[in-house]
Design a binder for this molecule. Sequence first.
Ligand SMILES: NC(=O)c1ccc[n+]([C@@H]2O[C@H](COP(=O)([O-])OP(=O)(O)OC[C@H]3O[C@@H](n4cnc5c(N)ncnc54)[C@H](O)[C@@H]3O)[C@@H](O)[C@H]2O)c1
Length: 440
Amino acid sequence: MADRYLTFTRTAPGRFLTRRLGLPRPVPLRRWSPEHPALDGPLLHLTAGDVPLPGLHEVLVRTGLAPHTGPLGTRRPAAVVLDATGVATVTALVDVHATLHPVVRSIADCGRVVVLGAPPSPADHHQAAAQQALDGFVRSLAKELGRGRTATLVRTTSAAAAETTLRFLLSPKSAYVNGQTVEVTHAAPDEHAPGIHDPARPLAGRTALVTGAARGIGEAVARVLARDGAHVVALDVPAARTDLVRVAARVGGEPLALDITADDAGERIAAALPDGLDVLVHNAGITRDRRLANMAADRWSPVIDVNLGSVLRTTDFLLKSGTLRRGGSVVATASIAGLAGNAGQTNYAASKAGVAGLVRSLAPRALGEHGITVNAVAPGFIETRMTAAVPLLIREAGRRLNSLAQAGQPVDVAETVAWLALGGVNGQVVRVCGQSLLGA
Ligand SMILES: NC(=O)c1ccc[n+]([C@@H]2O[C@H](COP(=O)([O-])OP(=O)(O)OC[C@H]3O[C@@H](n4cnc5c(N)ncnc54)[C@H](O)[C@@H]3O)[C@@H](O)[C@H]2O)c1
């Protein structure tokens, strides 16, 4: 569905009116394309605190964005990376202001600020206070930046563990990920994965299953995983077979017409994947909105079963049967409604909060016992058939009430799934919501 407001604000009368009335003026986001795969401009690498993160400069060089540590003259940075991992006291926070204050105004449109922090220490409350301060700082900066620019905090103990995350955040692929904290201390991508050293096809040689792939976000996930080299099996309900076959053909993959809530869904998936599976994307989801007082059981149970019950059952089955191979990844789909709550969606929010619970509990065990990472994306307002059904005024509020003042596109969620599918991150629920005011 076209965002007519965004188009209008790019016209002369639109610019005039929005300025006079103080209305939001969204900047069209720069997304990845084969012609334009990188951010435009240099990367400024700054350090706060006394102890820089070893190896960070080399990792930044590998992003291809030419890191500078000195002044850029008149050039506007496309990205600023502030290494604040060494900020261990509240006094050292002064460096955060001193390094970013002079450059923040010059960051290019659709540019990035990535602050690297250390996990807050349970044994040192001074370090924990200083590091937690970075979280509030980044969330506030993300609200101030505007012009399509984003800010994120990456907590890590090693530059190598953060590499896939930095590549993602410092590229146009992360256009709608804004104002949040991601922790990347647990996992490093499988060094033996065939495509891991090929940034153009990092999922080469891998097989991915995407549920709910006949349209919307699932279709975009299928396309992006295939672009990154994966062989994609696209799953959706038999009623969506025509669209499913079209999507599978387009990505050079295979269709699997199956209701994910069927009792034997796990067995049928395993049978369709005799050589095993590397990337399991739980994307299928439904809504049946009503306030609780008006919600009959037939609106409650299917939502819980499609969005959460089937996710638990199929994950358990595919892990236990060994269909999910070591070095693989599970990416489930939560929602900001599950993080913040939403009137009319007690069923949906319960199911999506349950997904976050599943990720946090299973991730350490799945990595320890099976070598598999488990994460979730939590989309905000994304332009799909699901949100096209939302009443006009609520839809318009959903689009504008985030720091980027626009809705996300299915591809924004898909790019985030593709990053998590690489296996460098574990146990995270990553919002793809432009820093929605819901669930901040
Ligand atoms: N669109 C948004 O703004 C938004 C926001 C937050 C979360 N999400 C979540 O993202 C996911 C995709 O959303 P979308 O907007 O693309 O939805 P959509 O309705 O456009 O597509 C969902 C797909 O899932 C399939 N599906 C439903 N039940 C199924 C079942 N039992 N077995 C197999 N397939 C089934 C549908 O046939 C459909 O093709 C969902 O989990 C949704 O809850 C979407």
